[in-house]
Design a binder for this molecule. Structure first.
Ligand code: AMP
Length: 268
């Protein structure tokens, strides 16, 4: 696997692959990889010839600087995991490297910035949109894969691609969960044993709502009684902007201690 640290080397790697007529799949990540990320790489490998992952903990998408500092990092282990899954290349740029790439204009996120993650993390999606634009323009992949774990982010990326008319197919991928049902997340590494058990209440709430056993208000009450700080527990149409897809999802964001977790589920 190629380990690429700067844009010039990335460009020559990509030019060579494209000259050979190979298609490129791209999986952007913030590292501290787990099986959720691996599922995206495997899917990319099944759909494209050359798969590039990126590891970049993007400071501009953290509305809380402490959250940025505490974000788990382990580049050496990430590289081993990517080698094991036979990823073709990993791009690990510095902040300075990414600052060199132009971003044409701040994207108007409309409704996407007014609900759930947009509302609760001001500026977060501006940071996401900017870095995803920059990564998509330097990698210029045929397909870029994103997890439904960050469902609203997936919608922001689709909006970004439509707005800037980027020539890339965005592929949404299902949420990978631990045996307990807890959605895999790099942030789970920061949970204590007791907090990890408490975190399972999030998937319980999503399922209980799906089965019609609780209302959203009841769910919030039950979780808060267990000292889980719920930021939102809401149902939305999968088309978060137009609300006309006909498929409903339930979304949750909550803090356990100072660790913020999100999850969502399609309603049957
Ligand atoms: P992150 O490193 O958390 O920024 O995630 C990088 C990509 O992996 C994003 O597209 C996430 O939605 C996706 N991802 C993270 N966790 C999971 C998971 N448990 N299942 C599926 N995709 C995931």
């Amino acid at each position: 696997m190629e380990i690429i640290k700067n844009i010039a080397d990335l460009r020559s790697f990509i030019e060579k692959a494209k000259a050979e007529g190979l298609t490129i799949g791209f999986v952007p990540t913030m590292g501290y990889l787990h099986e959720g990320h691996m599922s995206l790489i495997r899917r990319a490998k099944s759909q494209t010839d050359v798969v590039i992952a990126s590891i970049f903990v993007n400071p501009s998408q953290f509305n809380d600087p402490k959250d940025f500092q505490k974000y788990p990092r382990n580049e050496a282990k990430d590289i081993l995991m990517l080698e094991e899954v036979k990823c073709s290349a990993v791009f690990i740029p510095t902040v300075e490297e990414m600052n060199q790439v132009a971003y044409p204009e701040k994207l108007d996120l409309g409704q996407l910035d007014k609900i759930m993650e947009g509302l609760n993390r001001p500026g977060h999606f501006d940071g996401v949109a900017e870095i995803v634009y920059k990564l998509l323009t330097v990698v210029s992949p045929d397909k870029a894969l994103f997890g439904e774990k960050d469902f609203q982010q997936l919608k922001v990326v689709e909006h970004l691609v439509n707005h800037f008319k980027l020539n890339v197919e965005i592929v949404g991928c299902p949420i990978i969960r631990e045996k307990s049902g807890l959605a895999m997340s790099s942030r789970n590494a920061r949970l204590s044993k007791a907090q990890r058990i408490l975190a399972q209440e999030l998937i319980w709430a999503l399922k209980a709502y799906n089965y019609g056993k609780i209302t959203l208000e009841e769910g919030i009450g039950i979780l808060e009684a267990k000292e889980i700080e719920v930021e939102y527990f809401e149902e939305h149409d999968e088309d978060l902007v137009l609300g006309n897809s006909g498929v409903q999802r339930v979304f949750i964001a909550a803090k356990i201690g100072n660790i913020r977790l999100i999850d969502n589920m399609v309603l049957d």
